[in-house]
Design a protein around this ligand. Structure first.
Ligand code: GUN
Ligand code: ZN
Length: 434
């Protein structure tokens, strides 16, 4: 039996980024004959298998050689009600919202429909190796509650909130600021800090939120310690022009949110494809993170992300799949997409495997202010783990037979691993998928 104090020792090659490779050399740590000791749901030791076994003779050994261990993947921008509109190609943001996303989001008024989608949504996260996600909920309180319930049942870390809007969308998706306040407050009481769940105040974007609604967001954050914040920023040129018209007093898009104190560490804004220089500086100074969503940026023709300007200024950058503007649930694929687009972007950053792993894991934890608890295998952190095992006859297994260095192995995984390669997934040591 696996005694609670003795722990379980996983044996497999392992990779993690306990440091930021954009700032430090040697940020990637790897152990070819790796050992990961899990005790009471936490990482008790990470390193060389024989060393850890020697120091922990009572641990139960699980031999996972033939596959690879990485920390749980973290998606910092995704929309739960958009699961079924993935693939609406050929449009730009505002047309896509009107023709694809918003009609489906309106269906979330039906709670039993929302429950079905929520269950499929959290299953899709887990089956792609995502253990933590910052999720746009629905415009409806009951549907957003269904997402939290489904996340809790699946054992995932879900940070989410009801999406707030009071203009420009369609009437059935609008709430009054008063109703938005009341419903959000009730959801916070029910779900914020319950198990692995956290609440995020979620105005859809400046275009669909009036000043009184943004004031409600400010109040909700002031009144509720530790709630996170998420929204969209500078995604599309037509959107940006309209925001400028609606908020003539604002010097730029970010200034709209700043007026209401909506930023800082634990706030995540998606896209920022078209930033002004001063916006980048203010994001860095305030600690607001940008969820970079390369698949979505390409699919909706939003543009190329200026990663170098963000990183050099010190902005926190993490990854988001942006389902359903994006192309699927895979954060590994999203990291590859970031790599590909940076290769062709003017002044792009050459991302190495260490950067990709960091963006897919620890960067997300930092963006969400959860890096004390998750993001890498540092002892004391939660044992959120993805076990990657390529199917026997897959191209990935063929490539891995000849790769030699940790960087080559990881690069092959990011290039070729899809959901079929995700063998099992753990959160706090417990299997949540596989
Ligand atoms: N801006 C406002 N809403 C959305 C959305 O659902 N998807 C994307 N990509 N951008 C948005
Ligand atoms: Zn989005």
């Amino acid at each position: 039996m696996n005694g609670p104090d003795r722990g379980e020792l996983l044996r497999a090659p392992l990779f993690h980024t306990p440091r930021n490779p954009f700032l430090e050399d040697h940020a990637l740590e790897s152990h070819w004959d790796g050992g990961l000791l899990i005790r009471d749901g936490r990482i008790a030791a990470c390193g060389d298998f024989e060393t850890i076994r020697g120091a922990n003779p009572g641990a139960t050994i699980t031999d996972l050689r033939g596959g690879f261990l990485i920390p749980g993947l973290i998606d910092t921008h995704i929309h739960f009600p958009q699961l079924r509109v993935i693939g609406g190609l050929g449009r730009t943001l505002l047309d896509w919202l009107e023709e694809c996303a918003l009609p489906e989001e309106a269906r979330m008024a039906d709670e039993s429909y929302a429950r079905q989608i929520a269950e499929r949504f959290v299953h899709a996260l887990a089956s792609h190796g995502t253990t933590t996600a910052l999720v746009f909920g629905a415009h409806f309180s009951a549907a957003t509650a269904e997402l939290f319930e489904a996340g809790a049942k699946a054992g995932l870390r879900i940070v989410s909130g009801m999406v707030l809007s009071d203009r420009q969308l369609r009437p059935e998706l609008h709430q009054t600021p008063e109703a938005a306040y009341r419903d959000s407050r009730d959801l916070i009481r029910s779900f914020h800090g319950r198990g692995r769940l956290l609440y995020a105040v979620t105005p859809r974007f400046a275009l669909s939120t009036s000043e009184p609604m943004l004031e409600v967001c400010q109040t909700l954050r002031r009144e509720n310690e530790g709630v996170r914040f998420q929204t969209h920023l500078n995604e599309n040129s037509r959107e940006i022009e309209q925001v400028a018209r609606l908020f003539p007093w604002a010097s730029d898009y970010l200034a709209v949110y700043e007026r209401f104190g909506l930023g800082g560490h634990g706030a995540v804004m998606a896209h920022n494809v078209r930033p002004a220089a001063s916006e980048i500086e203010r994001l860095a100074a305030g600690g607001t993170a940008i969820a970079h969503c390369p698949s979505s940026n390409a699919a909706l023709g939003s543009g190329l992300f200026a990663m170098k300007r963000h990183i050099q200024a010190g902005v926190r950058v993490s990854l988001g799949t942006d389902v359903g503007g994006g192309t699927g649930f895979g954060i590994l694929k999203e990291a590859l997409q970031a790599y590909l687009l940076q290769r062709i972007a003017p002044d792009g950053v050459l991302l190495h495997a260490a950067h990709m792993l960091y963006l897919a894991t620890r960067a997300g934890a930092e963006a969400l202010a959860l890096d004390e608890d998750i993001g890498d295998f540092h002892p004391g952190k939660a044992a959120d783990i993805v076990y990657i095992k390529p199917p026997a006859d897959s191209p990935l297994s063929a490539v891995l037979e000849r790769t030699e260095t940790p960087e080559e192995v990881l690069a092959a995984i990011f290039t070729l691993a899809d959901a079929e390669s995700i063998h099992h997934v753990r959160v706090e040591g417990s299997i949540v998928y596989g």
